[in-house]
Write a protein that binds this ligand. Structure first.
Ligand SMILES: *[C@@H]1O[C@H](CO)[C@@H](O)[C@H](O)[C@H]1NC(C)=O
Ligand SMILES: *[C@@H]1O[C@H](CO)[C@@H](O)[C@H](O)[C@H]1NC(C)=O
Length: 226
């Protein structure tokens, strides 16, 4: 009897899992609008931002002007970027989306990085970009495969959630892309600078072993990335 109960439960559970619809990574919205409000005094914690009273929402909560320019310039990388997440457009709260614009000078590049909470879909508006992401080998995660492509205006490419990727302008003119994320707050982890220029330094031995470098080389890299 007990065995039958166990098997029945197993079958029902399996059927439920197989028939479940695909879920976006962020929670599905549970109300029409939920405008983020920054209130450090708020005593509630939610996975995201707490909502403004819908009666107080305005059109500007759902608006971000001029994604025709890349606001923040990173001269060392030859790029400019504007990210529009929930902190810039409060109406994005709970909607599971955000967007960015990146502009690359010739040889400009977005260094090896990941977005811990989002898949990124890029569309090239101008220029020629070499893009790629790495997929770890399931049998041995110290090995990985590179999936890469040269992109031209109108081309679309996807970087799956959390995977290390990069973008590099291989053309003679500026390149512009829009990146769409399936998170209101995609996050970004930059591999080279996090490794060599964290505020509290990673001890030399770990970097020496991990990257097969000697201490002089580590000191040089720290200087370059800080
Ligand atoms: C971007 O758009 C804003 C608002 O429409 C406009 O004032 C500005 O001149 C534009 N800038 C560029 C570089 O196109
Ligand atoms: C570190 O490695 C470099 C080569 O990359 C070499 O020139 C240098 O002598 C090495 N330094 C030490 C202390 O081993």
């Amino acid at each position: 009897m007990r065995m039958w109960w166990f098997i029945t439960t197993l079958v029902i559970t399996a059927a439920f899992i197989c028939n479940s619809p695909a879920y976006a990574y962020d929670n599905n919205p549970l109300q029409d609008i939920c405008v983020a409000v920054s209130d450090s005094e708020a005593s509630v914690f939610v996975n995201g931002n707490i909502c403004k009273d819908p009666k107080l929402a305005t059109s500007n909560d759902f608006y971000f002007p001029s994604l025709n320019i890349s606001k923040v310039v990173y001269p060392n990388y030859g790029i400019g970027a504007t990210f529009v997440g929930v902190q810039d457009m409060p109406g994005l709260n709970t909607l599971g989306m955000s967007i960015c614009r990146i502009e690359f000078e010739p040889q400009g590049h977005a260094p090896l990085h990941t977005h811990p909470r989002a898949t990124e879909l890029v569309t090239v508006l101008e220029g020629t970009l070499y893009v790629a992401f790495l997929v770890p080998d399931t049998a041995n995660f110290f090995y990985s495969r590179l999936f890469s492509k040269i992109l031209y205006p109108g081309d679309v490419f996807v970087f799956p959630r959390g995977l290390i990727h990069f973008q590099y302008n291989v053309g003679d003119t500026k390149a512009v892309v829009f990146g769409n994320f399936n998170s209101q707050n995609s996050g970004i982890v930059t591999v080279p600078s996090s490794s060599f220029a964290s505020q509290q330094l990673i001890v030399d031995d770990i970097l020496a072993l991990g990257f097969q470098l000697n201490k002089t080389e580590i000191a040089e890299l720290r200087k370059k990335f800080s």
